[in-house]
Structure formats: C-alpha cells, structure tokens
Design a protein around this ligand. Structure first.
Ligand SMILES: [Zn+2]
Length: 377
C-alpha cells in the first residue's frame, strides 16, 4: 500500500487523513480479496466496531438508465450449500479475475460441527437429523468461516439455503411446512449465523442475510413467504419461470425466477439448475465432458436470448458440487470466465440487482417487463 501512496503528489495531511480513513480497508485487504472500491459488506468484527465504515464507491453501472439505454445484462451466479473450501477457493479466485460478484446460499448446519448436530431440530424432525451432512470438524468449520469472510470482504453476497435440506421424500419436507415451520427453520439459521459471528469470528450477522433458495426449489409459498418477510428477507430465488423473466415482487418478496430454458443437446426445456440438468441429461456419473458441454451450450443460449431480448437478469443456479466428475462446476466456471467480461454484462449479487432496480424509473422497467420472456432456441 505504501508504494501506492508515495506516488501521489498530495500533501502529507491528505495522505495522513487518507491513511486513517483507509485503515479498515487495509485490514479488509489483508483478510481477503477485496479490491479497492468494492464493498466490505456485512458486520465488522467486534474489535473494529467503533471504526468508521469504509466509504463504498458504487460501480459505474449502479445508476438510473440514460434515455434509450438498455439495462445491463445481469448474470446472477448463485451456489447452494456454499460449504466446500475447494469450491470457495476456485470461485473466489475466478470471480476476482473477471470482476464478478456472486452469491453463496449457505446451509446453516455447515456452521455446526458434526458433534454439535443436536443443536438443530428441523421442523417435524428429530434433533440432529438432516438430509445433508453437518459442518465436519472444528477445523473445517473454522476454514468455512474464513471462506465466508473472504467472500463478504470481496463483495459477494451470503444468502440462505436453510438448514436440513428436507425435500419431498424426507417428510415432512419443506413443501409441507407451515409458516410456523419456516419461522422455526429460519430462526435456527439466524442463530447459527449469529453464534458463528459471536464465537467463531464470522463477519456476518443474521440481519445481513436477506433471502436465498429453498432445498430442491420446493416450498408452499403461501406458507413460506410470511415467515421470510417476518425475518426481514427481501428476495427468494426458487420459483420457476417459463423463460428468462424479470424479478417480480410477490407478496412483498422479490422473486428472482429460475428459468426453464432450452437444452440444445436434449431438444427440450429444463429448469436451469445443476441438479435438474444432470437428471435430465441422464444422471450418469461418468459423462462429464458431454454434461459440461451441454450445460455450457444451455447457458450460452439463455444468455443470448436475454441479451437480445428482454434483458431480464439471468440466474445461474448451482451447488458447490462434484456431480458427474465435476461437470457442472466446470460448466459454471467456464461460463463465469467467459460471460462476466462481455460488453454490457454485469455478474452481480441479488442485493446489487435489487438496488439497481430501485434506482430505475418504474415506467422504464415496466417496458422491459412487458416484453416476452426470453426463450433460447
Ligand atoms: Zn440444495
């Protein structure tokens, strides 16, 4: 940092002031991958709570559209689970290299060690039961906290994938939960996050989490949304749409739709989520090359349709997974690497796109919302 300052011709007073103001930023840079000008989102660690916040400079595109200007083509990469150190490392470094922001939807029980599993009781389930694993050893949880902190410092968003991942068949699955069940589940997620903040140094509070994706995209929305709203959530990204569709405010929550899009290799439409693609492509463990190519072609077609059409934000939904030999992670990485640097294209978080929408003239956005949903051929 010193070399950067000594090149500046400003007075020593300016430099000294700037250094004071930059103190927290320097600390953030030491912790993670933050670039100057990106937000150090979330709560500061307790020791820094009396320090002035870092001024956040908005990116160039965070402004109202100019007359006649098209919306940026937003691409929202979002990863469910968000527990794997290897995947965090890969995506964090790739995102930094292509100036992308993305969202990790954390499974809350990944913040509990295996020994702490009885701290979680899913609605209608026994204490310690879940359809996914818990957080592993204390060292693994500590590594996860570091990954989450690095992500937050770099401007990525942490949302929720809830806790026990109870889908249809693991009854009562999330599709059968009442509002009380969802309130219980969200309350436990919030407690796991705040406990990790208080005891493990997580730079995130439950109040920083403003939405997420339900397990297997399931849920009775009439029951779930009141609980999400009561928790202060502002978005969900679980419900399907027939084509790429602008986010819609449903019952006080922004729904960022999961689009059904054409999969060229299958000549049919599939919901654009890794598991759904894998299932429809044959669910084999040993067809990695074909799956990666088919998924990349699907992403490219959907992106092109949205870019040339209604410019609706494109949600790329994945897990941190190694299914089919890592085929779907490679497809997401390949697409992130190529799409985020394209002209008029911004790889952003849900919070960023929500803020951008709030800055627009509603009549201008309505014009794009009224266009046909983007359909890839
Ligand atoms: Zn999931």
């Amino acid at each position: 940092m010193s070399a950067r300052w000594t090149r500046r011709p400003g007075t020593w007073l300016t430099v000294a002031l700037a250094l004071v103001l930059a103190g927290v930023l320097i600390a953030a840079l030491g912790r993670g991958n933050a670039r100057p000008g990106t937000a150090a989102a979330g709560s500061p660690p307790p020791s820094a709570s009396t320090t002035a916040p870092v001024p956040v400079k908005d990116p160039d595109w965070m402004r109202p559209l100019r007359p006649g200007e098209k919306p940026p083509q937003f691409v929202l990469f979002s990863f469910d689970g968000a527990g794997s150190h290897e995947h965090w490392s890969r995506y964090l470094s790739l995102a930094q290299s292509v100036h992308a922001h993305f969202s990790g939807f954390l499974s809350g029980i990944y913040l509990l060690t295996d020994e702490q599993r009885s701290r979680y009781t899913g609605p209608g389930h026994k204490p310690g039961a879940a359809s996914i694993g818990f957080g592993g050893s204390a060292a693994e949880v500590a590594t996860r906290v570091q990954d989450l902190n690095t992500a937050v410092a770099a401007g990525h968003q942490i949302g929720t994938h809830y806790n026990g991942h109870f889908c249809a068949g693991a009854e009562p699955g999330v599709g059968r939960w009442t509002t009380a069940g969802w309130t219980d589940e969200i309350g436990q997620f919030s407690r796991f996050v705040d406990d990790a903040r208080d005891h493990l140094g997580l730079h995130l509070s439950a109040t920083d989490v403003t939405g997420g994706r339900t397990p297997c995209l399931e849920g009775n929305w009439a029951q779930a949304f009141p609980a999400m709203r009561a928790a202060g959530y502002t978005f969900d990204s679980s419900q399907p749409s027939d084509g790429v569709k602008w986010p819609t405010k449903l019952d006080g929550i922004w729904e960022f739709w999961m689009p059904y899009v054409q999969v060229p290799a299958l000549h049919k439409k599939v919901i654009m989520m890794d598991y759904n693609l894998w299932y429809q492509l044959g669910h084999s463990k040993n067809d990695a090359g074909r799956y990666t190519q088919a998924t990349l072609d699907t992403y490219r077609g959907a992106y092109r349709a949205a870019f040339d059409g209604n410019r609706a934000p494109l949600v790329i939904g994945n897990h941190f997974n190694d299914w089919a030999g890592g085929a779907f992670s490679r497809a997401a990485e390949g697409f992130m690497g190529e799409v985020c640097t394209k002209p008029e294209t911004v790889c952003a978080t849900y919070a960023e796109v929500t803020k951008w929408m709030s800055l627009q003239d509603p009549a201008v956005l309505d014009k794009y919302r009224s266009m046909p949903l983007a359909q890839s051929g």
